[in-house]
Ligand binder design. Structure first.
Ligand code: IVH
Length: 700
């Protein structure tokens, strides 16, 4: 997704308005966090690495173009996922970095050139590189103090990981004591925990006999095995470890180069990968890559590429890092593996966030050693773009990914009479309308609060801290209550008191804890309008937008009435009024109206109204503000503040900030370069002032 080209039905970044960009960044932040949780905490991803990378790339591209809009919770500020409950946290003494990826030889030559330029090396000075297999396991940090293994942690978000010391102690490759001389007082060894292919297959075969679900691949098996709360289970799993980098080191000598350091580690008893090679220059490194690629199937473990590292530590130090990845290392990934097979059917899966994903049901085929029977077709546009039809021979690709994908159709093998696929416009799970917002590739179920596929996620959001803030009702409980039918809709939360006895009898619950939960629920029978709007979990409606809506409409009744009118008359006044709220873009309007267009959602609101009280919006104190209640529009270049600041300031003083000039506008603040809005203001007789006059007016 490079340059400004639109891809996958998305609006090109160069064409995004700030409001659209802000909305999309909000959506990406929550979507990426969701996938991070699935990947890092549940070892159960639902999208391919490629699709995930595309989300991150899009986020980065929008942030580059709109640096003012970078969120505090932006995915670009994090690596991986926050730690899950269950394990204690360990703050890494040095952050655990990730690697930049490269996919072809040119990328690697560019990497070497960048290193050369950065270090200002002469052309004849060659850059020695250490080349090592890139094992797809999970990275951990082992801390040795005076040679004794004291703590071991997962990477977590790169800053803080999970304390899996007791589990790591069960690995044969993790020595309890280092041996030999010149041991540093503190030595942190970073490396990969992984499972060999043969062990993985054996483990899955034995799980099958016990009716346990198999692991998708060795990486998931390794992660799932290490992150067991009971170390006895980890001990029974055939986990291995290779060391390949250092964290904190105090005292002692680790050598001047990476390869020296690996030798030292080996001498002290740490396992290092015997397939690591020192390469004299980038050509030798690329030869290593070709050699390993040819031997790949014969290696005992799965690898997804090669890692190159600048060998000299002094150079590594000078090169440093940029946004969580070292400048001195790069991962050279293998191209994906492909195979052809028949597409038997297309089914639709509804994700926890309501996305309808088309899934290819395939004639099982071996793709690089793994039998694949299902693959993602991504979305509606991709099916249309490739003209994928049931009965077609398709090309399936697996790229070290969890989820294989259909990447092409063999058109000359199409059976006669194969018909184009019609993407459903209703959710196959709950039957609600499935809508596609402008500029988005995904079609989503609008059943929201009532769709069983989304219920748990929606309820989790509903009770989350910035929504209803009900303590003690975590995801695990919601899942269990939902499965048993005690909790299906938001209204059910406020009826849980009728189920006291049932809950008390559940494992992990007692009279005291149930009492606490019910008290937490009772305390939330009154809620502010903005929290309530946010709690509904309407797509793209984050806290800030919920506040805007609350401020604009004042009460739940007024909002609902206006939204229902807007649904009935999409061109009418209520729809116009919603559209005119500054910072609410057309795709948000579409999502809000899709919510109200669903009868289920109306019923959910009615049901909630019987249980709770939603308080009217209370205007922040703006007494004495000269602009309270006034509708203000900003246009042209502002020189003393950003547009966002100006809006925030105006709103804090009780003004409504609109995006366009209409009869209702009270004031236009026009900077240099103002155009049509200025003309409109003249047309409607709206007062026009410049930035200085505005600042004076608000007393700044
Ligand atoms: S070096 C700066 N070396 O790849 C040090 N990583 O994509 C960063 N990995 O998080 C890591 N084999 O889990 C390094 N020989 C190797 C590796 C390797 C596998 C993994 C590791 C890392 C990820 C980054």
């Amino acid at each position: 997704m490079k340059g400004g080209k639109a891809s996958g039905g998305l609006v090109a970044v160069v064409d995004l308005t700030p409001a659209q960009a802000e909305a999309e960044l909000a959506r990406l932040a929550s979507e990426i966090a969701h996938h991070d949780r699935l990947y890092y905490q549940q070892d159960n991803p639902e999208i391919s690495d490629a699709a995930y990378d595309a989300l991150r790339a899009r986020n980065a591209e929008i942030e580059r173009r709109f640096p003012d809009l970078v969120r505090l919770d932006s995915p670009s500020r994090r690596v991986g996922a926050p730690v899950a409950g269950g394990f204690a946290k360990i703050i890494h003494a040095r952050p655990m970095l990730s690697l930049d990826n490269a996919f072809d030889e040119d990328d690697i030559r560019d990497f070497a050139d960048r290193v050369r330029r950065f270090l200002k090396l002469e052309a004849r000075e060659s850059i020695e590189l250490s080349a090592e297999p890139k094992i797809d396991g999970l990275s951990v940090s082992l801390r040795y103090e005076k040679g004794k293994f004291v703590t071991g942690a997962t990477r977590g978000d790169g800053e803080t990981g999970e304390d899996v010391t007791v589990n790591l102690r069960t690995l044969e490759d993790v020595p309890a004591y280092l041996k030999g001389r010149e041991l540093p007082a503190v030595l942190e060894v970073r490396g990969e925990v992984y499972m060999q292919r043969a062990d993985f297959l054996k483990l899955n075969a034995s799980r099958k006999t016990k009716d346990e679900p198999p692991f998708a691949n060795p990486r998931n098996a390794a992660a799932g095995s290490l992150r067991q709360l009971d170390p006895r289970i980890t001990a029974r799993r055939p986990l291995r470890f290779f060391g390949y980098a250092l964290g904190e080191v105090v005292g002692g000598k680790v050598g001047d180069t990476h390869v020296h350091m690996l030798d030292r580690l080996r001498g002290w008893g740490v396992r290092v990968n015997p397939d690591t090679r020192l390469c004299a220059d980038v050509d030798a490194a690329l030869e290593y890559y070709r050699d390993i690629a040819a031997r790949r199937a014969r290696l005992a473990y799965d690898i997804d590429g090669v890692v190159y590292k600048v060998n000299r530590f002094e150079w590594q130090e000078r090169l440093g890092m940029v946004s969580r990845a070292p400048r001195w290392a790069i991962a050279h990934k293998f191209p994906a593996e492909q195979a052809r097979t028949r597409l038997n059917a297309i089914t639709i899966q509804v994700g926890r966030t309501g996305t309808l994903t088309p899934v290819a049901e395939l004639e099982p085929v071996n793709v690089g050693g793994v039998v694949v029977a299902r693959a993602t077709l991504h979305n509606e546009d991709e099916i249309r773009r490739k003209d994928t039809r049931i009965g077609d021979t398709v090309v399936v690709q697996r790229a070290g990914d969890v989820i294989p994908q259909v990447v092409g159709v063999v058109l000359n093998e199409r059976p006669k009479g194969a018909k184009a696929f019609r993407f459903p416009d209703h959710c196959p799970v709950c039957g609600s309308l499935a809508v596609r917002a402008e500029g988005e590739a995904a079609r989503r179920c609008s059943g929201g609060l009532t769709c069983p596929a989304q219920a748990v996620e929606r309820l989790r959001h509903f009770v989350s801290r910035n929504a209803f803030d009900i303590e003690g009702l975590g995801e695990k409980h919601i899942e269990a209550f939902h499965a048993d039918g005690i909790l299906r809709t938001p209204g059910d939360i406020f009826r849980l008191h009728r189920r006291t006895r049932e809950i008390e009898q559940r494992e992990g619950w007692g009279a005291k804890s149930v009492e606490r939960l019910l008290a937490a629920i009772e305390a939330r029978r009154r809620i502010s309008l903005e929290r309530f709007v946010f709690a509904l979990g309407i797509r793209q409606i984050g806290e800030a937008t919920a506040r805007l809506l609350a401020r604009h409409y004042g009460s739940l009744g007024a909002w609902r009435k206006a939204m229902e009118a807007a649904v009935r008359h999409p061109e009418g006044e209520a729809a116009q009024d919603l559209d005119n709220i500054s910072q609410i873009g057309p795709s948000m309007v579409a999502d809000i109206l899709a919510f109200f267009a669903e009868a289920h959602n109306g019923a959910t609101l009615d049901d909630l109204a019987r249980e709770i009280v939603v308080e009217d919006y209370v205007q922040p104190k703006t007494a004495g503000s000269p602009v309270a209640g006034k509708t203000v529009v900003f246009t042209g270049t502002l020189e003393r503040m950003t547009r966002q600041e100006a809006k925030a300031r105006a709103e804090a003083l009780g003004a409504k900030v609109a995006g366009s000039v209409s009869k209702k506008t009270d004031l236009l603040v026009a900077g240099p370069g103002a155009g049509t809005k200025l003309a409109d203001a003249t047309k409607y007789g709206v007062t026009v002032i410049d930035e200085d006059a505005w600042l004076k007016l608000i007393g700044e």
